[in-house]
Design a protein around this ligand. Structure first.
Ligand code: UDP
Ligand code: MG
Length: 139
C-alpha cells in the first residue's frame, strides 16, 4: 500500500475549546507522522480561496466567516493510505452521524463547526498543503 499524505486543519472551534492537544494525540496514536505544522489564522479572503471548491454551495458564506473567526492549526500528515485512513479517523461531516470514537464525534459541536478538516483526494491534499506550506517547512 502506498505511503502518502493528507492535509488537515484543526478548526477555530477546536482551537477555542482547548482541543489541540487531544486531537493531535488521537492523530499520533492512529499512526500518522507530522510532515508540517503551523498555528495561523485565515482572513475572509484566504478562507474564501481555500474553500473556493464549495463556492456554489449554500453554506459557503457561513463556512468562510466561521473559518476566519479564529486561529487554526494547519498540518500535513503522512501514513499508508493517508486520505481514507484520516477520513475514517475524523468521521462523518455531521458529528451527529459520526461513528463512536471518531474525532468529530468526540470534539465537534455542529455540522459547520466540526473540529477538523480532512482532504478528500491525493490531488486536493497536495493543493491544500501547498496553500499553507513552502518546501522549506516540510520535514
Ligand atoms: N459544511 C457546512 N454545512 C454543510 C456541509 C458542510 O457548514 O451542510 C462545512 C463543514 O465545516 C464541512 C465543510 O463545510 O467540514 C466542507 O464540507 P464537505 O462536504 O467537504 O465536508 P468534509 O469533507 O469536511 O467532511
Ligand atoms: Mg471536504
Amino acid at each position: 500500500m502506498a505511503t502518502n499524505r493528507t492535509f488537515t486543519m484543526l478548526k477555530p472551534d477546536a482551537v477555542a475549546n482547548g482541543y489541540i492537544g487531544g486531537i493531535l494525540k488521537m492523530i499520533n496514536d492512529a499512526g500518522f507522522s507530522i510532515i508540517a505544522m503551523k498555528y495561523t489564522k485565515l482572513s475572509a479572503a484566504t478562507a474564501g480561496e481555500f474553500y473556493e471548491i464549495h463556492k456554489e454551495r449554500p453554506f459557503y458564506g457561513e463556512l468562510v466567516s466561521y473559518m476566519s473567526s479564529g486561529p487554526i492549526v494547519a498540518v500535513i500528515l503522512e501514513k499508508e493510505n493517508a486520505i481514507a485512513s484520516f477520513r475514517t479517523l475524523i468521521g462523518a461531516t455531521d458529528p451527529t452521524k459520526a461513528d463512536e470514537g471518531t474525532i468529530r464525534k468526540i470534539y465537534a459541536k455542529s455540522i459547520a463547526a466540526n473540529a477538523v478538516h480532512g482532504s478528500d483526494s491525493d490531488e486536493n491534499a497536495q493543493i491544500e498543503g501547498d496553500f499553507f506550506f513552502s518546501k522549506l517547512e516540510r520535514f
